[in-house]
Design a protein around this ligand. Structure first.
Ligand SMILES: *[C@@H]1O[C@H](CO)[C@@H](O)[C@H](O)[C@H]1NC(C)=O
Ligand SMILES: *[C@@H]1O[C@H](CO)[C@@H](O)[C@H](O)[C@H]1NC(C)=O
Ligand SMILES: *[C@@H]1O[C@H](CO)[C@@H](O)[C@H](O)[C@H]1NC(C)=O
Ligand SMILES: *[C@@H]1O[C@H](CO)[C@@H](O)[C@H](O)[C@H]1NC(C)=O
Length: 473
């Protein structure tokens, strides 16, 4: 039976995958850190065992054969085959942090029920029947050395893996030679047990494939969640991840570096995620670079009851030259971000100061655009973050918006006259678009199907910490 080392590995792997996430993922600071408490490890352990139980029910148990000998009747042979695992009971799986970057997984007193068929041959006598096999007092222990393999995946190596089975019981049913095999059940049980126990786990290691660990965000951007370092303390398992957005294959050196994130982990949460301003700011850079941080406002987008329209008649109230030159012409506004938006995380909250620009155009009947003026918009916005299932979501609120005329092709005007327009357009048309995107959120490095429960955010200088429990849907 080959289940022993192989399944120690399977179990460990599954547990660790549950723990670190399949999407998961030094000298430099991380952009993102993940801290898992004993409570989180216990959850991962239960998850691993549930997975293992499912796996074991599909396992193929190899045939087992032997011979029996009696003084008077001579030799005969038997074979057990078509064996399937019918039940697996794991009463007390445990996972424990060891210093030196190890976790220890152990199962004590588990039992396994296997059902199958037997056949036996004694001279020209042949017989067959069914049997039930139960393995009891199954003990599995694995010390797993956790590490990182370039370019940033989790590597798990079994440094001391062992398994042992205390008792094996066979119940044989069927006629003819069944009674004879039953006579030998003690011997068969011993030989079966020895053959399992012999299979001590050799040293092995596993890695989650190769390449860096990337979570796709949308058509525009992805997040690099490569593992930078990993360590264990008495109470926590801490993984430092790159936490960096990028656009397509771009990976130029970024004009920003991650801040140090230092906080005392709280063991009442299963996981705590440290998210730095660097994480958000690389998002700003990636989206800026992808050219998606812009929006064209057309007259049809305005509500019917709007106090003004985007046309030259309306602009004529402060730019008469435009109304004269292009009578009854539609005007469109191109709002864009003039430099990558930067988020500043303070203990008091999250602030954004996006530098926006609005370029106004007259739209001629043949669709040609005539530039009218360029206005710089100095904005202050606050950002609220939350989680939705396994994603980080946000909502932006405009705090302040001041205008400055940068350039006008048809003479200077008092920019304050435009303030009412912008004050109306931003919250009614632009902000809802931004918030629609922020509500979709960004993937967090969690295993598939795992959701966050009761998230609690705490903000520090340059980073925030999200503490939560997890559950599986
Ligand atoms: C196990 O034994 C059965 C019956 O003898 C046979 O049909 C089957 O091929 C064997 N399986 C393996 C993997 O040897
Ligand atoms: C840990 O988190 C819990 C739950 O939010 C809170 O009640 C407790 O005060 C925190 N402990 C510390 C040391 O911050
Ligand atoms: C569009 O119309 C304007 C004025 O009538 C003209 O100057 C311009 O060349 C036209 N553009 C195109 C692309 O036809
Ligand atoms: C934008 O706002 C900031 C902070 O209020 C201020 O320091 C800066 O001078 C403003 N810039 C413009 C162009 O108004």
């Amino acid at each position: 039976m080959a289940w022993a080392p192989d399944n120690v590995r399977k179990w460990s792997t599954l547990t660790l995958l549950a723990l670190m996430g399949t999407t998961l993922t030094a000298a430099i600071n991380p952009g993102f850190s993940a801290i898992i408490s004993q409570k989180g490890l216990d959850f991962a352990c239960q998850e691993g065992v549930t997975e293992l139980q499912k796996e074991l029910e599909t396992i193929k148990v190899p045939n087992f054969s032997g011979i029996f000998k009696t003084k008077h009747l001579g030799k005969g042979s038997y074979e057990f085959y078509s064996m399937t695992v019918e039940g697996f009971h794991i009463p007390n799986p445990r996972i424990r942090l060891l210093l030196t970057d190890k976790v220890q997984l152990s199962i004590k007193d588990a039992s396994i029920k296997i059902r199958g068929r037997w056949k036996s041959k004694k001279n020209f006598l042949k017989a067959r029947g069914k049997f039930d096999l139960s393995l009891q007092g199954v003990f599995i222990s694995a010390d797993l050395q956790l590490g990182r393999s370039p370019p940033g995946r989790l590597r798990v190596e079994c440094s001391a893996c062992s398994s042992h089975i205390d008792r094996v019981h066979i119940q044989i049913s069927g006629s003819m030679l069944g009674w004879l095999i039953r006579l030998f059940h003690k011997k068969i049980e011993t030989s079966l047990r020895n053959s399992i126990n012999e299979k001590e786990g050799p040293l092995w290691s596993m890695e989650q494939g190769d390449g860096k660990v990337v979570a796709r965000v949308d058509e525009m951007a992805a997040i690099d969640y490569s593992l930078l370092t990993l360590r264990t303390t008495v109470e926590f398992l801490e993984g430092q991840l790159k936490g960096e957005f990028f656009w397509r294959s771009h990976h130029d050196p970024l004009p920003t570096t991650p801040p140090a994130m230092s906080f005392s982990p709280n063991k009442s949460y299963m996981v705590q995620l440290g998210i730095s301003d660097y994480f958000f700011n690389t998002a700003g850079l990636a989206y800026q670079e992808s050219g998606t941080l812009q929006m064209t406002l057309r007259d049809w987008m305005l509500p019917k009851d709007s106090k003004f329209r985007l046309n030259t008649e309306f602009l004529g109230t402060f730019l008469p030259k435009v109304a004269l030159k292009f009578p009854s012409t539609e005007v469109q506004l191109l709002i864009s971000v003039s430099s990558p938006p930067r988020l500043s995380i303070q203990p008091s909250g999250l602030l954004l100061n996006p530098a926006l620009e609005t370029q106004a155009f007259a739209v001629l009947p043949n669709s040609s655009l005539i530039p009218l003026f360029l206005v710089h918009m100095n904005t202050t916005a606050s950002l609220e973050v939350d989680t939705e299932a396994d994603r980080l979501v946000g909502a932006m609120k405009l705090e302040k918006l001041t205008l400055e005329l940068k350039q006008s092709d048809f003479g200077s005007f008092k920019v304050e006259l435009l303030q009412a327009v912008v004050n109306y357009l931003m919250p009614t048309i632009v902000l809802p678009k931004i918030n629609e995107r922020l509500r979709k959120g960004f993937p967090l490095p969690l295993p598939a199907g795992v959701r966050l429960n009761n998230p609690v955010f705490q903000t520090y200088q340059n980073f925030l910490v999200l503490g939560a429990d997890v559950h599986r849907t």
